[in-house]
Design a protein around this ligand. Structure first.
Ligand SMILES: [Zn+2]
Length: 345
């Protein structure tokens, strides 16, 4: 075990982030506020219920609503604004030494107002405008469970048609408990057969069964969160044997009341079980966090060595939705960058 790394050391580690929601409405609100423009009526504070009064997925919904503080006017959904907020997200990633990010987008209003392709083209344009920062990117389309199987199939069809503007995968998110995976097998099988990567939010609000079905029924090669897998020894074996990668987002779990503290996050048990784990920030604007901050607090609470932190980035490189050769190049980039910095030998 190497010594416990300092924050500036952690900031300099070359990184790969796999679980990052664009959070379109929050970023649009922040953008319009910065420009001194009216972003629409702010909801009366007493009308917004305290998210802490709720738990699990319901708390996430309340947190999002409170964070939005009312509805963002449709006029803010312009291709130029979408390009700007995407460029900002990539620039934030670059400031943390990220070399590759996968950005998820699934907000219905953006897709409705601009069309799926219009939204994705604006994102591509935004990411392209900061290409000089050297951060690679891919786009994942989030399918929200409670919008049902038909919308899922529609979105997958659009995603397949938009591979030329950077779509690399499909994410299934939303209410794990009330919308079983069987509703989405057809949509995700189509995505898989078209060569898109599959990641599923599971083992977050519901138990390990959701992770089993995400792998067997939905063909997921990555699981969003999956923390409940730590309760199931046979599932840990499966994750390790199939090299299914977990996208852990520790602050998100604490803020949603799923675990009491970062110190009680099961990351250590998952690493010890040989599972490929990665760290991401999830919704950095909503949760006031960043990938560097996540790594710093986890390293501190779990006494992770700098070599382990580099391994987490290598795991993310290996699980990125990229062609195999690009994944290998990315992993080499992470390791050689860490070596140059003297973080690994
Ligand atoms: Zn997420």
């Amino acid at each position: 075990m190497g010594e416990h790394p300092a924050t500036d050391t952690i900031a300099s580690i070359p990184k790969v982030e796999l679980h990052l929601h664009l959070e379109t409405s929050l970023r649009l609100r922040r953008l319009s506020q910065r420009r001194g423009r009216d972003a629409g009526p702010i909801e009366d504070a007493h009308l917004v219920a305290d998210p802490a009064l709720f738990s699990g997925y319901d708390r996430l919904r309340r947190l999002r609503y409170a964070g939005r503080a009312g509805r963002i006017p449709d006029v803010l959904y312009t291709p130029a604004n979408i390009a700007t907020i995407t460029a900002e997200l990539v620039a934030e990633a670059a400031a943390q030494s990220s070399r590759h990010v996968e950005i998820r987008v699934g907000g219905r209003r953006g897709f409705d107002l601009l069309g799926v392709r219009g939204m994705l083209e604006a994102m591509t344009e935004g990411a392209g405008s900061v290409r000089h920062l050297g951060v690679g990117h891919g786009v994942i389309i989030t399918v929200v469970r409670e919008r049902g199987p038909e919308e899922a199939e529609h979105l997958v069809t659009e995603a397949v048609a938009c591979r030329d503007c950077g779509v690399v995968g499909i994410d299934l998110a939303g209410d794990e408990e009330n919308y079983p995976p069987g509703l989405f097998t057809r949509a995700l099988a189509k995505a898989r057969s078209e060569g898109l990567g599959i990641t599923v939010h599971a083992g977050e609000f519901a138990g390990p069964a959701g992770v089993w079905t995400a792998i067997y029924q939905l063909g997921a090669s990555r699981i969003g969160h999956g923390i409940r897998a730590a309760d199931d020894a046979a599932l840990l074996d499966l994750l390790r044997e199939r090299r299914v990668t977990l996208e852990l987002c520790p602050t998100s779990n604490v803020r949603l009341g799923l675990i009491p503290s970062i110190a009680q996050h099961p990351i250590h048990r998952l690493i010890d079980a040989g599972v490929a784990v990665t760290i991401s920030s999830d919704d950095p604007v909503l949760l006031s966090t960043s990938l560097t901050r996540e790594l710093t607090i986890v390293a501190s609470a779990h006494r992770l060595a700098r070599e382990t932190l580099v391994d987490l980035q290598a795991n993310a490189a290996r699980a990125a939705f990229l062609p195999q050769e690009s994944r290998e190049n990315l992993e080499r980039l992470v390791r050689s960058g860490a070596k140059t910095l003297g973080l690994i030998s």
